[in-house]
Write a protein that binds this ligand. Structure first.
Ligand SMILES: [Zn+2]
Length: 351
């Protein structure tokens, strides 16, 4: 039995203008000496607002810099060069700098404040970090954020592809949860009912939100809330199983194979549709949300190749040999390739 101590974020603010309130939020938590890591080019975009908000509340910024690395060695030396009096590490930006700050916080046992500027995945609320270890992408254990601050105005102003990526990553909980159940039914591992409930509620609430445009406040808020809940589901489960199944294995395989992979949630989203057909589970719902949001129309412009997905299906089980998703069985790998070759939607979006 693992221990059941769960660290829920002490701070969760998702809404328009949240970044401008950062100083107040940190003051409330008595985090008054901080280090800030910004994504590439983001000091120019958000630096002034952040510094002003912190200065107004008397928060000391001990160090700040832009960071464009997730190499384990770089982050280790960065973490241990942070001043001894540092109380919190703040990461502001896309997936990379969020993972970097998350890992630095973990190494130094400091509060990590997660401030994503795009909605591209659930990484901002997950406990693990995707780092480069000896030249290869690896998901390493870290810790859930102590605080999550999402300014939905900033998310909205980011390129639309990031919203599509977030949609793909969110919808993937449908197939991931089904894989987890499959795994348990076949005698591998144990489903955690509470984690399942949280992840299921998160995705269902999202796919049932009525909207006219994906740039509506309610839609963006719902997407970010649901992505944040997914991270908590992982924390409860003590693994990424509730939010990452066979569809994620296909995406990880594409990351390995391709010189220029697409955004995480784009690859994951396509693989989610494919696997939902294989699982014969809620594929109509997946297709509907991808059609209504414009996800499919966007994907069609990317020229992604059928043959790459075929290879990725074969590679998928070796990505996580200790799991037992649908793709860990030959029968379902064959079925996946058959669906890939015959499904009208997949034929339409892949070349
Ligand atoms: Zn994901």
């Amino acid at each position: 039995m693992g221990d059941n101590h769960i660290a829920i974020p002490a701070l969760l603010k998702i809404g328009p203008g949240a970044l401008g309130e950062l100083g107040t939020y940190l003051k409330d938590l008595r985090l008054e000496k901080v280090v800030i890591l910004f994504g590439n080019g983001l000091i120019e975009m958000f630096g002034m607002d952040v510094m002003k908000s912190l200065a107004e509340m008397g928060i000391d910024v001990l160090e700040y810099q832009e960071l464009d690395t997730v190499r384990l060695e770089d982050l280790t030396s960065l973490a241990f060069s942070m001043p001894a009096k540092t109380q919190a590490v703040i990461g502001i930006g896309g997936g990379k700098v969020i993972d970097a700050a998350k890992y630095c916080g973990f190494l130094r046992n400091l509060a990590f404040i997660s401030i994503p500027t795009s909605a591209s995945s659930d990484g901002f609320s997950s406990a693990s970090a995707s780092l480069l270890v000896e030249g290869r992408r690896k998901s390493v254990p870290a810790r859930l954020a102590y605080g999550i601050v999402v300014d939905t105005q900033i998310i909205k102003s980011a390129p639309k592809k990031f919203i599509y990526s977030g949609i793909g990553d969110m919808v993937s909980k449908i197939t991931a949860l089904y894989d987890w159940k499959f795994e348990e039914e076949h005698g591998y591992g144990k489903v955690n009912d509470f984690a399942t409930m949280i992840a299921k509620k998160a995705v269902n609430s999202f796919v049932r939100t009525p909207f006219e445009s994906i740039e509506e406040d309610l839609f963006i808020k719902e997407l970010l809330d649901s992505l944040a809940m997914s991270g908590i589901a992982n924390e409860i489960a003590g693994s990424s199983a509730p939010t990452s199944g066979s569809e994620h294995l296909i995406s990880h395989a594409l990351d390995k194979m391709l010189e220029q992979p697409q955004l995480h949630g784009i690859q994951v989203g396509i693989a989610t549709y494919l696997m939902s057909v294989v699982q014969d589970h809620r594929y109509k719902r997946v297709n509907t949300i991808f059609t209504q949001t414009g996800f499919w129309d966007f994907v069609k412009t990317l020229g992604m190749r059928h043959v790459d997905f075929e290879q990725a299906i074969d590679l998928a089980p070796s990505i996580k040999p200790f799991r037992h998703t649908y793709l860990h069985e030959q029968e379902y790998r064959d079925r996946a390739k058959e669906v890939l070759a015959t499904d009208e939607k997949l034929k339409e979006i892949l070349v």
